[in-house]
Design a protein. Structure first.
Length: 319
């Protein structure tokens, strides 16, 4: 169950206002370029660690007039440099113009000028791109949330969600992400094992340096859970410092799993779907204690009533 839209939802800027702001940031700190019809590149030059991110223009704009591409917190807080590739629509970053842009960066030794390079992408499309384009910077690290391995129907016949993208080619450059991360020093694939299709894609990432991080109950949009309250920033820091492990990931997300209303609502819904009243009652009670939300109180009352009814039936049957 999704949270209702809050009354103080961020003001959504116009596309022209958003683009003007990106142009200004680019002029002051690096560049902002249009790459063909479907992509932009924002570069901010700061420190010797480079964060390469893949994002969607619409997602950034929806976050409000002060919103910036995913990962920008690391630029402001850690003084990292950043190269953000932003897609107009569901491009899947399948664009020869984008390939030429990365070819130029490689030819100019752009990635070699940094001490550390991290590729970040969230969701099937952006996660796929982060993993796939990491091949341009051998030795880089990759943090991909729920990435698609590929949309090539022969390699991923189970994937039926993105039929509009089937006309795009995934058998040429940057097409099969699990192969592309083989040159990474480390690649972390975060996914929810309860999301069957996301888990199927994650299973295809089998390179020696790849680690799959299970985020049970994270859902289809893990980024929206991790981005607030510095969770994503802490993951990036751990990745950069060679400290990311399943244990560290569990530590970073512990508070979220214990107190995040949306996460607990999803967990409760799954528990009730499974039909186990005891587990559902535990989750509802935890949600009520952590958030005080009336929904948890109502569900707990209903679940406890069912449990009482079930006990009464057993007692009657035993007489």
């Amino acid at each position: 169950m999704a949270d209702p839209t809050p009354a103080n939802a961020p003001t959504r800027p116009t596309r022209a206002d958003w683009q003007a702001r990106m142009v200004e940031i680019g002029k002051m700190h690096g560049f902002f370029e249009r790459l063909g019809a479907d992509h932009h590149a924002l570069y901010v030059q700061e420190g010797n660690t480079l964060l390469v991110t893949f994002d969607e223009v619409a997602r950034v704009i929806d976050k409000g007039e002060d919103a910036l591409p995913v990962g920008f917190e690391a630029v402001k807080k850690r003084e990292w440099s950043m190269l953000s590739i932003l897609a107009e629509g569901r491009s899947w970053f399948r664009d020869p113009g984008l390939y030429r842009f990365f070819d130029k960066l490689v030819d100019e030794g752009f990635f070699d000028s940094f001490d550390k390079v991290i590729f970040l992408g969230a969701g099937p499309m952006c996660g796929h791109a982060a993993a796939a384009f990491s091949v341009t910077a051998p030795g880089a690290k990759v943090l991909a949330l729920s990435p698609a391995a590929t949309l090539d129907r022969a390699a991923a016949p189970f994937e039926l969600r993105f039929r509009a993208a089937w006309r795009k080619t995934f058998t040429d450059r940057y097409g099969y992400a699990p192969d592309m991360v083989e040159g990474a020093s480390q690649a972390f694939i975060v996914y929810d094992p309860l999301e069957v299709l996301d888990a199927a894609h994650a299973a295809l990432f089998r390179a020696r340096t790849t680690q799959r991080l299970r985020f049970r109950g994270g859902g289809a949009d893990i980024l929206s859970l991790l981005e607030p309250h510095r969770n994503l920033d802490r993951m990036l820091k751990a990745t950069a410092n060679n400290r990311m492990t399943p244990l560290r990931f569990a530590q970073i997300t512990r508070r979220l799993r214990q107190s995040n209303r949306r996460y607990l609502l999803s967990l409760l819904a799954r528990a009730e779907e499974r039909g186990g009243l005891k587990l559902a009652a535990i989750v509802a009670r935890r949600g009520l204690d952590a958030t005080g939300a009336p929904h948890f109180a109502r569900r707990l009352s209903a679940i406890e009533a069912k449990m009482t009814g079930a006990r009464d039936q057993v007692a009657v049957a035993g007489e």
